[in-house]
Design a protein around this ligand. Sequence first.
Ligand SMILES: Cc1ncc(COP(=O)(O)O)c(C=O)c1O
Length: 392
Amino acid sequence: MNWIEQARRLKELPPYIFSEINAIKADAQKRGISLLSLAIGDPDLPTPEAIVRKLQEATAKQENHVYSPYEGTLAFREAVAHWFDERFKVKLNPETEILALIGSKEGIAHFPLAFVNPGDKCLYPSPGYPIFQTAISLAGGIPIPVPHRAENGFVPDLKEIESLLVLHKPKYLLINFPCNPTSAVVDREFLSQLVFLARKYETILVSDNAYSEMYYDENDKPLSILEIPGAMDVAIEFQSFSKTFNMTGWRIAYAVGNSKLIAGLLRAKTNIDSGPLLAVQEASIYAMRNGKALTEPIRAVYRKRRKIILEGLDSLGIKYLYPKATFFVWAQVPGGEPSMDFAKRLIEKEGLVVTPGIGFGKEGDKFFRLALTVPDSSLVDAINRLGRAIRK
Ligand SMILES: Cc1ncc(COP(=O)(O)O)c(C=O)c1O
């Protein structure tokens, strides 16, 4: 059946860089090496028991077995409005400014279908979560990377952003702070400048805030872009339950922001899918109503893990960006070796799997990402393996 061919839009996507890593992992396993992976961006911790109980109750109700409203239930959207007011002091209209999603990845991937015409340019972060780039390409847009450089603490240069806005007149500028993979965060002043630029150059501002609750210090709580005056005219923000409440598999998230942007995304989605499972929305309402109490124990676990891994990296002389949020540590490859070679060597020699920075874009080479999604004892094991590998 050699006439069965994937469409150009798929063939033209960047190669899946991690397939090389997967092959090396399989080979190491065959050779009897025990693998330890710090490459998994999926919490090892369970969803809080009280949320699971709510889901069990909600799935038993027959009225929850039907299609759910495209935009999410009003009760879900009201709970989002309440949470946003409590957490960010932002007032949202549940009727027009909130939309339920089947995961924020779903929303980010569908958003360009609503607003990007073939040939339109869009700015995305590099290094960044790979879907940012591919979502633009799949919609026929032209992805333009915004470099996040090591010398600026992996925060983009506002002057460079302004030049890119002038040069490319992009449909949107996508930002992701706290950032996957670097963990970089930005302050109110920086976000205010971005809102100013988005308004000045009439560019949509898309903020992926999937890690807003994964902070380490109460004084460093990440902001919502919607806290910035004027942002509501130009911005949409994606929020997720996945990492916040250890609910990655539940597929529930939401978008908030400008009503025209929400309406466009809703229109695209209406033609593609239905709303998230009603029972999941019910359990998520409970999660939001008890947000602070449910997330603090999760943050406490990562605080301890961060300490173990940072002390370990310090003892090995490996430099890193001090993480103020996310469960990622973005560290420099010792000796300046390309990140893919380094990652391969770690697997072959010690069975330690890390994510090579090149997988997130050109600016990520020379760095690697560690995910704190394993127990304390495995983090100690990882540091020992890392130490042995760099001494070999
Ligand atoms: C930056 C970022 N945004 C969005 C997502 C997608 O999360 P979800 O689709 O589970 O809400 C991820 C997942 O790893 C991520 O790292």
